[in-house]
Design a protein around this ligand. Structure first.
Ligand code: SF4
Length: 324
């Protein structure tokens, strides 16, 4: 599905001009301007090239073409039209475009979108667990990353709402993966400790969200939208059906909510254990005993506690075990 802000237009431009500027070609063109009339014969750019060419109604160097532009951008820029289904604007990839998100969903309260045959009704609420959104169209890794596979096979990967809540804010995001087939790896620096987030299945990466290098807070403030980490697609011939290889071993559908409940309880248990074991400085980082996931719990832990937390919840080797 292409972006609703992507517009097609007819444009014209001069082929021999040093600077190629596309101009809207309107049906109301009168044909009286120089390029579209016999007056092209006086154009200094055309004159040296006209020798031997027959006289025509309009300049032979005036090129008519199709272009597209983004209606959400503050400056209109025409680019040659492309049907490249792997371009963000021509695919479901637009759902992760910062401009699209700002214009289409300014409050960030995205409702679940179409999943298979399920078309959500207006007003449908996002499923959540303890205040953590669990979008139903996504698949989740046991180490708290999500995967979105569009019908055309375009994939996006990020950290899930649980990880975003627990981390609270990261100081730095770096990407250890190049544009090749491999397991996407992002390095997050949280409270001075490096956390490696590894997506377990190989993807053919086309981009990393480099914007997060300057604005790492987006990753946790909008983890399912502008805070995505990687964009790519399944390696050719990877699975029998679109997404089957990328989703291998991931948690989705009704299991995702039950798993998130179990993870929330596991975190509560972890927090209680940390309360019972004060830090070497004698501090107890919290004692509210609540059952909900605590926002930014990572910021309250000492270095060892933080490493324990990362190992328990975000280690790449975690596998999904049904425990309910
Ligand atoms: S740049 Fe973004 S908002 Fe604009 S057309 Fe492309 S996907 Fe849509």
């Amino acid at each position: 599905m292409k972006c609703p802000f992507l517009r097609d237009v007819n444009v014209k431009y001069c082929e021999v001009s040093a600077y190629r500027k596309m101009i809207l070609s309107a049906s109301t063109d009168t044909g009286t301007e120089r390029c579209s009339s016999h007056n092209y014969a006086q154009c200094p750019a055309a004159v040296p090239r006209l020798q031997g060419l027959p006289r025509t109604e309009r300049c032979p160097f005036l090129h008519l073409s199709q272009a597209e532009f983004c209606a959400a951008a503050s400056v209109t820029k025409y680019v040659p039209a492309t049907n490249d289904l792997l371009s963000r604007c021509n695919s479901d990839g637009h759902l992760y475009c910062e401009l699209f998100l700002t214009r289409a969903d300014p409050t960030g309260a995205r409702r679940p979108r179409t999943v298979g045959t399920h078309v959500p009704a207006v007003g449908d609420r996002m499923p959540s667990v303890e205040g953590i959104p669990v979008p139903p169209q996504l698949s989740y890794t046991p180490n708290h990353m999500w995967l979105d596979v569009a019908e055309d096979g375009f994939c996006h990967v990020g950290i899930d709402g649980f990880a975003a809540k627990v981390i609270g804010s990261a100081e730095k995001v770096t990407f250890a993966t190049s544009r090749a087939v491999g397991r996407p790896v992002a390095m997050l620096t949280v409270n001075g400790v490096d956390l490696q987030m590894v997506f377990p299945n190989p993807l053919h990466l086309s981009a990393a969200n480099l914007y997060l290098r300057t604005a790492p807070s987006k990753m946790t403030s909008d983890p399912y939208g502008a805070g995505w980490l990687f964009e790519g697609f399944e390696p050719t011939g990877a699975g029998a059906t679109v997404g089957s290889a990328a989703r291998e071993g991931l948690i989705s559908g009704e299991h995702a909510l039950a798993w998130m409940h179990a993870e929330s309880e596991r975190l509560t248990q972890f927090v209680h254990e940390q309360v019972a074991a004060p830090s070497p400085a004698g501090e107890q980082f919290m004692a509210d005993g609540g059952g909900a996931v605590i926002d930014g719990v990572a910021a309250h832990l000492d270095r060892q506690g933080l490493i324990n937390l990362m190992t328990a919840f975000f280690a790449p080797q975690l596998t999904w075990r049904r425990s309910w």
